[in-house]
Every structure is written in C-alpha cells, then in structure tokens.
Design a protein around this ligand. Structure first.
Ligand code: PLP
Length: 398
C-alpha cells in the first residue's frame, strides 16, 4: 500500500497524544477514587498526584488554598465558571447582573453567555479589532454598567487568529471597579505554549484542556482561586455525588486525567524548547507565505502556533479539501466554527470582512511539526492556489 506522508497543521483543534500520555492512561488504576478500600485508594493517590502535577504547571504551590477542579474538557470548565458564577448567589430577577466577555470568545463561553442574556443578564462584549482587547471600551463599559459586573471572561489566546490578549490589564481594570466579580480566563490555546500562571494574569478562574497539549481527550481543568472559594462565588451546575469538591460531580476519568498530567509535566519541563522550536517553524512558514499570493490576519500580538491565512478569492473549504487530498491538514477558521457553518465571530471581531473570512484558513502548528511539514504546506498552498485559479479561469471561459 502506498502510504501518503501526512502533515498535520490542526494542532489547535486537537493533538496526537504523546507516548508518555498514552502510557499514563493505560497504566491508570481502575478503582473509584471515592472508594475507601485499597483499590479505591490506589486510584485516589493517582488522582492526587495528577492534580499536584497539573497544578505545578499553573504555578500552584504544594499546599495551595486555591483549587484545581478536573472536568471532562475545556468546554465544561468554561461552563462551570460562567454558569456556576451566575447560579452562586440569589439574583434580582429584574437586574441579575452584568457579564463582560471579549468579543469572539470560544462558543463554550459565548453560548452560555447567550443563555444568561435570555435570562435578563446584560452581556457586554469588548471589541478585539486587530486582535487587541479595547481597554478604553472596557473601562467605559465598567463605568456605565447598569447592574453590577458579576463575571468577566477574557481568553488568553484566540483560537482562530492566535491573538494574545492583554488579560492582565483587563483583569486589573475589572477588579478595581468590581472587586467581587469573578475574572475568568480561557487559556486553552495558550496553555503550555507561552508562560503564564493564573496569578500572573490576575484572574480568579482559568480553563485548560488536555487534548490540546498532547494528552488523550476526556479531561480538562478549572483553576479556582481561594478568594472565589471563600466568597462562594461559584456554585455546582451539575449536582451529584460531590466529587471534585462538589464543583463537578461524576466519577473522575482517572485514565484521561493521568494522561493529562503526564502531558502537562512533559510540556512544562520542555516549555522553553517548545516555544523556541515553534517560533523557528513559524518564521520559515511566514517567509514562505510572503512569497505566495496570500495575506495574514496578523494580530497586534500573536502566538507563533496559529496563523490565520487569507487566500486570494478561494473558499477556505475548497482549499482545505485540496490540501487534504495531499495529506496536508489545516482548518477553516476554527474546527468548531467550520462544523457549524456559522460565520466566525472571532474573525468578525478581528475586523476581517465577510468575504475574506470565507477565504481564511487556520494553520496551527507546534513543536511536533517539522521543516518538511512546512515545506509541504507551502508547496501544497502554491500548487493549490495555481490549480484552483486555473480551474476558475477555465470555467469562466466556458
Ligand atoms: N476554548 C478555546 C479557546 C478552544 O480553542 C477550545 C477548543 O477548541 C475550547 C475552549 C474547548 O475545549 P474542549 O475541546 O476541550 O472542550
């Protein structure tokens, strides 16, 4: 069989589990960590170790008063943060509160916010034109908020454009005006790709996801700081057996959690090398792209791992299929937006026109990519553009 060499550039959608992550999954204790007998306690010990390991990657000291809640994915962590905050206190039905989000958040935060909007919460979206959070707009919105701000969510890295937002400045503005608000950060795309901790960002809650960092799918985490715990600012949205400190009931998926911890430890130990390697690959990619008939949606400050590339009048899905036929895998906008065929809120918020958004592909890479991958992508794009333009000219001439 003639096996095609594959070149994977969809690392922001999901990643291939590392050997250590798979081994940790396979060797996980099978007991229920809540059982008090020895079989259960073996699982409980592994769970404790995994929590400490992931906690270390987020700068949590050994006996931290903050908490790390294991969930099933980033989506669940974001939902617990926002809906859990809304449900935590008795709210005035006439004026339940204000929620602030950056424009173009991932649907796992934007869609629960829409639910709250229907319930009467005011939701204010902070513009992110050019990939920068509009801090003046934020300051004005804080001053004009009709009902107290209960929650503010700012993603660290946008999943479609790679824009890195100034979460720290935004968090400090909100804290100054509304000290009791929960300040949340969806750090799914920045985790183990850049250096930060929830404390360095000044946020109260923070989401990470295992399958974006070379672990198997099925685990995520929500960091919650001691201040939020003390104020009881997050309530359980799925009551049950009380696992994960009551914040996320359901028997823990220890195999996935162990895989998460193994990948997190690997990523943390090698972070500098990974950042440098990705930057090298990205520099080569950018150089090659500059010779092609494409443009970049280039954020004010961007992460090397994500390139948002506008093709010359070619629909992103057409190019995606063309490249896929050559074993080169990219995505159209983000995987989620591509699935739902909805317009991309992130690209719109960035200021990309509707027609450019239709022609935008997302190339997401990481340290596991190679120079050969980058060369194959550049060649595939050059030939793909030429082929598709030729076809277009031929059909226009008919
Ligand atoms: N937040 C961001 C920024 C993401 O990119 C994603 C996934 O693409 C998620 C949240 C959701 O993570 P998960 O797939 O683990 O639910």
């Amino acid at each position: 069989m003639n096996m095609m060499t594959e070149h994977y550039f969809d690392q922001s959608a999901t990643t291939r589990p590392s050997d250590a992550a798979v081994e940790a999954m396979i060797s996980a204790a099978w007991g229920n960590p809540s059982s008090v007998h020895a079989v259960g306690q073996r699982a409980a010990n592994e769970l404790r170790e995994a929590r400490a390991a992931v906690g270390r990657t987020l700068g949590m000291p050994r006996f931290s008063q903050d908490r790390l809640i294991f969930t099933s994915c980033g989506t669940e962590s974001n939902n617990i943060a926002l809906l859990g905050c809304a449900r935590a206190k008795k709210r005035d039905p006439e004026r339940p509160g204000t929620v602030i989000l950056s424009a173009g958040e991932h649907p796992s935060l934007e869609n629960p916010a829409l639910l709250l909007e229907k319930e009467g919460y005011a939701v204010v979206r902070i513009p992110t034109a050019g990939g920068a959070l509009d801090l003046d707009f934020l300051e004005k919105a804080l001053g004009e908020a009709d009902a107290p701000v209960i929650f503010a969510g700012f993603m660290l890295v946008n999943n479609e454009t790679g824009a890195v937002y100034d979460v720290k400045s935004a968090a400090s503005l909100v804290k100054k005006k509304f000290p009791d608000a929960v300040i949340h950060c969806d750090a799914v795309q920045g985790y183990l790709k850049m250096k930060f901790t929830p404390t360095s960002l000044g946020v109260d809650t923070l989401t990470v996801s295992a399958h974006k960092i070379h672990a198997v799918r099925g685990a995520g985490a929500l960091y919650v700081n001691a201040a939020v715990l003390k104020r009881r600012n997050i309530a359980a949205v799925m009551p049950g057996g009380g696992q994960e400190g009551g914040f996320r009931s359901g028997t823990e998926n220890l195999a996935a959690i162990r895989s998460f911890a193994a990948a997190a430890e690997e990523g943390y130990a090698n972070l500098d090398g990974r950042i440098a390697r990705t930057a090298e690959l990205r520099a080569r990619l950018d150089e090659g792209l500059s010779r092609l008939d494409v443009r970049l949606n280039r954020p004010v400050r961007g992460l090397a791992n994500i390139a948002s590339v506008v093709l010359p009048g070619i629909r992103s899905e057409t190019m995606l299929n063309e490249l896929s036929g050559r074993g080169i895998y990219v995505s159209a906008g983000s995987a989620c937006a591509a699935n739902s065929k909805k317009k991309s809120l992130a690209l719109e918020a960035f200021g990309v026109s509707a027609s450019d958004a239709d022609s935008t592909i997302r190339v997401s890479l990481d340290h596991t990519n190679t120079e050969e991958d980058v060369e194959a992508l550049l060649e595939g794009l050059a030939e793909g553009i030429a082929n598709l333009q030729r076809k277009r000219t031929a059909s226009a001439g008919k």
